[in-house]
Design a protein. Structure first.
Length: 250
């Protein structure tokens, strides 16, 4: 199963979409993975972010601050099929992303726009402040990602981004075991991950890093499928494995 199938199995249904990826535990890896899969299928692909993102070798880069952005983007898309678009360099190894409204204007340049629309400080789980996640209004599909490696771990600064806010929100002390139920409460919360998702957008859930915790990943994915009607997927980007979870397999 290809990772672009998280969006839809039919490539025709994918074309023209703006996809936003939020959460933790592999957003950037999934962004590039889906982007490269679609580029190999002759999609013109734009990758971007509403936060910050590192550049990657083998992907063209177009900065909106350049005076010749339009022509540069067109040339790069024709050459590579896949281009990373950012505003400017934030640091030597990091790019500053676009505003949500600016992302919405990218659609006419490419067949698909993939957006990293969240930050997680390299944690597999987070809780959001009231202004997050910065999802563009033009988003058609949101992919919520969580790393299986966090299942069964204690709640602390090493496992959850903004763990103190998480602790206050759910009335859970530091060290509480992060069970599938606790994690699912956060992933499905209208005051966190689901905040700012456009009403028209479809939602997908992806449990990544099952190579690091296969049992925990299965327990989390199985729990999610009983709690919601959204498609749930699990797998490992690192090991290039993916499958859709079904209620029939429980």
């Amino acid at each position: 199963m290809k990772f672009y199938e998280i969006i839809h199995r039919d490539l025709k249904k994918i074309k023209g979409q703006v996809i936003s990826i939020i959460g933790g535990g592999g957003k950037t890896s999934l962004l590039y993975k889906i982007g490269k899969e679609l580029a190999k299928r002759n999609f013109k692909v734009i990758l971007t972010t509403t936060t910050k993102l590192p550049p990657q070798l083998g992907t063209g880069l177009a900065l909106t601050g350049n005076g010749n952005f339009d022509s540069e983007l067109s040339v790069l898309l024709n050459e590579n099929n896949i281009v990373l678009v950012a505003e400017e360099y934030y640091k030597k190894d990091a790019l500053k992303g676009l505003s949500r409204s600016a992302v919405s204007r990218l659609g006419h340049y490419a067949d698909i726009v993939l957006v990293e629309a969240d930050g997680c400080r390299r944690r597999s789980l987070k809780t959001h402040k009231e202004y997050e996640p910065p999802i563009p209004a033009a988003t058609n599909t949101v992919i919520i990602i969580c790393g299986a490696n966090v299942v069964g771990q204690p709640l602390n600064e090493d496992t959850v981004h903004r763990w103190e806010l998480f602790s206050q929100k759910w009335n859970l002390p530091c060290g509480t075991v992060l069970t599938p139920e606790v994690i699912s409460n956060e992933l499905l919360s209208p005051y966190s991950y689901f905040r700012n998702i456009p009403l028209k957008a479809e939602i997908r859930l992806f449990v990544n890093k099952t190579d690091a915790n296969s049992i925990g990943g299965k327990l989390l994915a199985d729990h999610l499928i009983t709690r919601c009607s959204y498609p749930v997927f699990s797998g490992s980007i690192t090991e290039n494995t993916l499958h859709r979870v079904s209620r029939e397999s429980l």
